[in-house]
Design a protein around this ligand. Structure first.
Ligand SMILES: *Cc1c(COP(=O)(O)O)cnc(C)c1O
Length: 255
């Protein structure tokens, strides 16, 4: 499960990262917000350093493990390079829907690898598929998905193709809250995956599916999702983008 923390303060993330939850996978939609959170989080004392700290109370800001950040938001081509190069502990970009964006991510990751040597892991990605056919939705067309997957595998040595992702139609998502109802977007993504693995000649389970959000994660799991992205169900309603604050709560908790 990706805990989708966009527009929520860093303190909400810290609360879920600490024992007893120890959650490490968090999803964000906006580059600047992600960069701020990743930087602030990385500066917090880690649990490994806790023994030397003078504080004994659970008040300490110690964290359990490093976070694996997931970028799940709409991806702009000009943001791809800084995203792949500059965000600390970025684990996966789940919204790649063109070869141009893949190439820019590849460039950013390559620059990072040239500085960091062997210690820089490949950047995981999902190809986002437009399963609902709505013009407003980002994502590559189902029929173009195999070619894009092929492009990433052959032309982007610093990226690792994890699987396919879809958001799907909001109406279907809201209608489908149980594991019994069938959601056409989820069925479509399964179908696309099956044809992609055939075309690429790889094992079916070598491409995972990222589908399902607060309203429909049960149906998504029933349909074969390997990763759900849950936000409001975990953290509550999100504030408007203009009202969102990364740091407010952190400052308060120090005083
Ligand atoms: C915001 C967001 C989510 C989480 O949505 P909730 O309905 O709050 O669970 C999941 N996936 C993507 C791509 C999102 O942008």
């Amino acid at each position: 499960m990706i805990a989708v923390s966009k527009l929520k303060p860093l303190n909400d993330i810290i609360a879920l990262n600490r024992p007893p939850h120890n959650h490490i996978d968090f999803g964000e939609n906006y580059l600047q917000e992600l960069q701020q959170k990743a930087e602030l989080f990385a500066k917090l004392p880690s649990s490994a350093q806790e023994g030397s700290a003078t504080e004994t109370q659970s008040q300490s800001t110690s964290i359990t493990e490093r976070i694996r950040w997931h970028f799940i938001g709409a991806l702009q081509t000009n943001k791809c390079k800084p995203l792949a190069r500059d965000v600390q502990d970025l684990w996966c970009v789940s919204s790649v829907d063109s070869s141009k964006k893949a190439d820019e991510l590849e460039k950013g990751r390559r620059e990072l690898a040239e500085k960091g040597g062997d210690s820089v892991p490949k950047l995981n990605i999902h190809i986002q598929v437009n399963t609902s056919g709505e013009d407003s939705k980002s994502g590559v067309e189902p029929s173009d998905t195999a070619a894009l997957c092929q492009h990433v595998r052959e032309k982007c040595p610093h990226l690792h193709l994890l699987g396919l992702m879809t958001i799907g139609a909001i109406a279907r998502s809201q209608a489908s809250t149980t594991s019994e109802t069938v959601n056409e977007d989820f069925e479509k993504l399964v179908e696309v995956r099956n044809s992609v693995v055939k075309e690429l000649g790889v094992e079916e389970d070598s491409l995972e599916l990222s589908m399902g959000m607060s309203a429909d994660f049960e149906a998504a799991i029933a349909a074969g999702s390997g990763e759900v992205r849950v936000g409001s169900q975990l953290f509550g309603e999100r504030p408007a983008r203009g009202d969102a604050k990364v740091k407010e709560d952190v400052e308060e908790s120090k005083s």
